[in-house]
Design a protein around this ligand. Structure first.
Ligand code: 6GU
Length: 270
């Protein structure tokens, strides 16, 4: 373990009453889920040794630790994005910390643009697979065998059992879900219409600026992963309108109820 990791781990363990099982990374506009956590202990990122301070609108910047639907959880209300200028080791440090404090299952969420033309803003998409389009990888550099293998297998980046659990739970709740491939781009600009056509030709269904680095590190550390995208808007060139971050937040507001119900129920069954 790096010193940054050891320090963050010890600091957070000092605040824990029991080991969290499930880790949650809450994307833009989706941080409200953390408000549902009971017996919550909140830890601002600025208090955690080695953590950068989150800067994006719609992201709070704290860990919320407690109980959600009977399961012991740790949630990130706000994440670190590569486009903010943090290097990949910082973007993914929280995932390493989660693993170090005992998390076994990670639920990663994000707001994403719809690339698949049959999607609509407000859809929830269970992530079946991803395409790393960042042009870099968080595992580049010397490999610490204690943390995971040099050449990790990515044939099941998103755990099939979790995908089935999420599919069944959505059905039970009557929540409609899409399933598809998430493409991770660096951002911060949204894509051009030509880039969106390229992403579609590559096999992408949704595009965003996060998730892929965290999932790569989660798989390297042996965590099981479930990914859920909230399709906040259609990517460029599909509808005849420009994209704004405000729209991303507005749409996530609208699907909040379904998103909250779905994730809470899934966590309870994990
Ligand atoms: Cl259209 N693109 C990217 N890269 N990220 C997004 C998005 C689009 N909509 C929400 N997040």
């Amino acid at each position: 373990m790096t010193n940054a990791l050891i320090e963050a781990k010890q600091f957070i363990e000092g605040k824990l009453t029991k080991k969290p099982q499930v880790g949650l990374i809450l994307g833009s506009g989706l941080g409200v889920l953390a408000d549902e956590i009971q017996e919550a202990v909140t830890v601002p990122y600025s208090d955690i040794p080695g953590f950068p301070t989150s800067t994006v609108a719609g992201h709070k910047g704290q860990l919320v630790i407690g109980t959600l639907n009977g399961k012991s959880v740790v949630a990130m209300q706000g994440r670190f994005h590569f486009y903010e200028g943090y290097d990949m080791s910082l973007v993914t440090l929280p995932v390493r910390v989660m693993k170090a404090i005992g998390v076994t299952d990670l639920i990663v969420t994000n707001a994403a643009g719809g690339v698949n033309e049959s999607y609509e803003p407000g859809d929830l998409m269970l992530i079946e697979d991803h395409i790393n389009n960042f042009g870099t990888n968080p595992l580049i550099g010397p490999n610490d065998e204690e943390m995971g293998p040099r050449f990790p297998d990515m044939s099941e980046a998103y755990t099939k059992d979790h995908l089935s659990l999420a599919t069944e739970t959505a059905k039970e709740l009557g929540v409609n879900v899409q399933k598809g491939v998430y493409v991770g781009n660096t951002g911060p600009c949204y894509e051009t219409p030509a880039e969106v056509r390229m992403l579609r030709a590559m096999g992408g269904d949704a595009v965003g600026m996060s998730t892929v680095p965290e999932v790569i590190v989660a798989r390297h550390s042996g965590l099981k992963v479930l990914g859920i995208s909230c399709i906040s808007n259609m990517a460029a060139g599909i509808l005849d309108q420009p994209l704004h971050h405000d729209e991303v937040i507005e749409t996530t507001e609208k699907v909040k109820a379904n998103f909250l119900a779905l994730v809470k129920e899934i966590v309870g069954k994990m």
